[in-house]
Design a protein around this ligand. Structure first.
Ligand code: HDD
Length: 729
């Protein structure tokens, strides 16, 4: 058993059973001679073999041919969805045993540390697209358990666009760049997506999530994860219960502003990937608690919605989330392609103790994931790629195929056999052999959807009504932006009709932004998922008034706001800066776990007023306020005079204000703030209370100022500041 397997390596990157198993496949060229792929030492890798110095290149040049051929074949097809992703290794540790509901070993033994590999992703964009697209984020976790691999292939939103896998290719075709001109990249703001959505009322709940700030996370480390479907837990008596999986980030759930997201896409399209990488390199290991909502099988029909419908959540008020363990990501991959690109997740990778339900979206996924790996990774042996191998031995009668690595010994590759003692042997259920849950089925074969799936609006309303005012405004803005990019007015109008079934105010405000008439509530939205012989009246959505009006867990407003760990803070300075004013605040932020960068007109060293030399991390040319969580301006007469006259410094502050970030300045730097747009809006006092409300700190005592600033940064954003919406930045 892999007990307490973690050892800290230099660079804070611990090893575990899985990372050690990968070591057997690594290569390190340090100090080694260069060879061909076949081990022949190479004398000249810089020149091709020619007939004379100016002569034609010779076909016999096997070194040239090998180098170019390998290069020509370097790329594999990118994932059809979730192409852009970032991965990390880590461990999962259980807090309390779930033995009464599941026999899954890694959910029973609190001593075991289970190695994991996680890949986060955006959905629509290509491999090289920006991290900050408005999109769902994939949250896929591979647990390398002692009973084989369990993959929890989820998203950062708990519901999905469609109820049946049959519609997945339509959804993806609609959201991907349009087929004639391949525009736009990594964006849902275009006609085909909204055409499809406006004809698919079942996607309304998901659209509320997608238009919320959940779609533009501050960091991959600050988002929730969800298994989405209802799965089954099975205990050692063969009894089943339903389960929904959640990941709760210990840093809280935080997002950026849309204007900020769009700017980050230009300034640093790798923003999330870099953030994850740097956090792990610096030892600020990202952590999530695994949560479960468990529903006894007997309660299957006690809800207003169908547990099998993937467009529904189970509100936490109805079934609380039990936090049962913690995942820590503590090691970056060594090679992006070998690990993050070649990792193959599959909702069908389950272990004894976990089983599927009949959610029709889940059922279709069970086919799709192996199928896609066959084309993406080139054949049936993708499980042998080091990142995909379980940490337990693999024995069966599967053989051969492209790129087979295993050298299976012996004469037999069939069963039953008498020549090899009938090995490999099947395993009794009591000894850990997988047996499927014996669900009773007595049904006619039909192409149909259950009427219990026909309420498309009550949870969309629940989500919208649970948002804080700034969050509601962001949803209105997002819809106005997205539909504003749609060229076909009829599509915009149709969407307004759908929105009016969620909230009249929402629909009215979006209609206003689009210059459309106040929406007329459609009597019944037409559901276009109707079979050729179906009667449209049989397919109309049901208008259900949900009993629960709001659910606190759906808003990000109440999330954890007690830490600035790994937050990035900019200090703007120039020659002549007051070293005490700078270093006191810098040291306090670092002590609180924040990351500080000094930004100056040029790179190199700053000479402080007392002649101390202070290293510069970024110049105004390479940095941008959107890449930071907060900004501080220290005192020092010459530094302040330079910054006041530096348009980039003033812009930096204006933008930080516009994006509702914490801003601090030494009293002696007041003239820099006076050069900003928001000088008219500076608070009248800097009491703790005002600072926590306004997010702006000033003072002449750097230690006190640092304390207040740190509290303000922990609040993440001061969204109330957006109200005037007039800041030019
Ligand atoms: Fe999927 C990839 C999550 C529905 C078919 N999906 C993929 C990834 C995630 C999800 C996180 C990326 C895995 C990685 O990092 O390699 N998918 C979801 C969730 C869904 C969902 C949470 C709904 C609840 N997916 C879904 C359906 C189908 C697919 C209904 C097809 C019927 N998904 C795929 C795929 C992908 C994939 C085409 C592309 C790359 C891959 O599988 O490995 O098979």
């Amino acid at each position: 058993m892999a007990k307490k397997d973690t050892q800290v390596k230099p660079g804070n990157q611990p090893e575990n059973e899985k990372t050690r198993s990968l070591q057997g496949h690594t290569a390190d060229a340090a100090g080694e001679p260069m060879t061909t792929d076949h081990g022949v030492k190479i004398n000249d890798d810089q020149h091709s073999l020619k007939a004379g110095e100016r002569g034609a290149t010779l076909l016999e040049d096997f070194i040239l041919r090998e180098k170019i051929t390998h290069f020509d074949h370097e790329r594999i097809p990118e994932r059809i969805v979730h192409a852009r992703g970032s991965g990390a290794h880590g461990v999962f540790k259980l807090y309390k045993s779930l033995g009464s509901v599941t026999k899954a070993g890694f959910l029973n033994d609190t001593e075991t540390e289970t190695p994991v590999f996680v890949r986060f992703s955006t959905v629509a964009g290509s491999r090289g697209s920006t991290d900050l697209a408005r999109d769902v984020r994939g949250f896929a976790v591979k647990f390398y358990t002692q009973q084989g691999n369990f993959d929890l292939v989820g998203n950062n939103m708990p519901v999905f666009f469609i109820q049946d896998a049959m519609k997945f290719p339509d959804l993806v075709h609609a959201v991907k760049p349009e087929p004639d001109n391949e525009i736009p990249q990594a964006a849902s703001a275009h006609d085909t997506f909204w055409d499809f959505i406006s004809l698919m009322p079942e996607s309304t709940h998901m659209i509320m999530w997608l238009m919320s700030d959940r779609a533009i996370p501050r960091s991959l480390r600050m988002m929730e994860g969800f298994g989405v479907h209802t799965f089954r837990f099975i205990n050692d008596k063969g009894e089943a219960s339903f389960v929904k999986f959640h990941w709760k980030p210990l840093l809280g759930v935080h997002s950026v502003a849309w204007d900020e997201a769009q700017n980050i896409s230009g300034k640093d399209p790798d923003f999330h990937r870099r953030d994850l990488w740097e956090a792990i390199e610096s030892g600020a290991f990202p952590e999530w608690e695994l949560g479960v909502q468990i529903v006894p099988e007997a309660d299957e029909f006690k809800f207003e919605f169908d547990l099998l419908d993937p467009t529904k959540i189970i509100p936490e008020e109805l079934v609380p989330v039990q936090r049962i363990g913690k995942m820590t990501l503590n090691r970056n991959p060594e090679n992006f392609f070998a690990e993050t690109e070649q990792v193959a997740f599959h909702v069908g990778h389950i272990v004894p103790g976990i089983d599927f339900t009949n959610d029709p979206l889940l059922q279709g996924r069970l086919f799709s994931y192996t199928d896609t790996q066959l084309i993406r990774l080139g054949g049936p042996n993708f499980h042998e790629i080091p990142i995909n191998r379980p940490v337990v031995p693999v024995h069966n009668n599967q053989r051969d195929g492209y790129m087979r690595q295993t050298i299976n010994r012996g004469k037999t590759s069939y069963g039953p056999n008498s020549l090899s003692n009938n090995d490999p042997q099947q395993v009794k259920a009591a000894d850990g052999g997988f047996t499927s849950y014996q669900e009773r089925i007595d049904a006619k074969k039909v192409r149909a959807r259950s009427k219990s799936f026909f309420d498309h609006f009550s949870q969309a309303k629940l989500f919208f009504n649970s948002q804080s005012d700034p969050e509601k405004n962001h949803i209105i803005d997002a819809l106005s932006f997205e539909l504003g990019k749609v060229k076909t007015v009829a599509i915009r109008q149709r969407m307004i009709g759908i929105l009016s079934l969620v909230d009249e105010g929402l629909a009215t405000q979006v209609a206003f932004a689009l210059g459309l008439k106040k929406p007329k509530k459609p009597e019944q939205p037409i559901n276009h998922s109707i079979p050729a012989d179906g009667d449209p009246l049989d397919y109309q959505p049901l208008m259900v008034e949900g009993k629960l009006k709001t659910s606190a867990a759906l808003s990000m407003a109440g999330t954890v706001k007690n830490s600035i760990k790994s937050r990035k803070i900019a200090i703007l300075a120039a020659d002549g800066v007051d070293a005490n004013s700078l270093t006191t605040v810098k040291s306090a932020i670092i002590a609180a776990g924040g990351v500080v960068q000094v930004i100056a007109p040029k790179l190199g060293l700053l000479v402080a007023a007392d002649n101390a030399e202070i290293p510069v991390d970024e110049s105004f040319l390479t940095a941008a306020s959107v890449l930071y969580d907060a900004v501080y301006v220290p005192g020092g007469t010459n530094s302040v005079a330079t910054l006041e006259a530096e348009a980039n410094a003033v812009h930096f502050l204006n933008e930080a204000f516009k994006h509702c970030k914490a801003i601090a300045a030494d009293d002696h730097a007041i003239q820099v703030l006076e050069a900003t747009y928001f000088s008219r809006k500076l608070p009248e006092d800097f009491s703790d209370e005002t600072v926590l409300k306004e997010g702006i700190v000033m003072g002449n005592d750097p230690a006190k100022l640092a304390k207040q600033f740190i509290q303000a940064i922990a609040q993440h954003r001061f969204w109330e500041r957006e109200k005037p919406r007039q800041v030019p930045a």
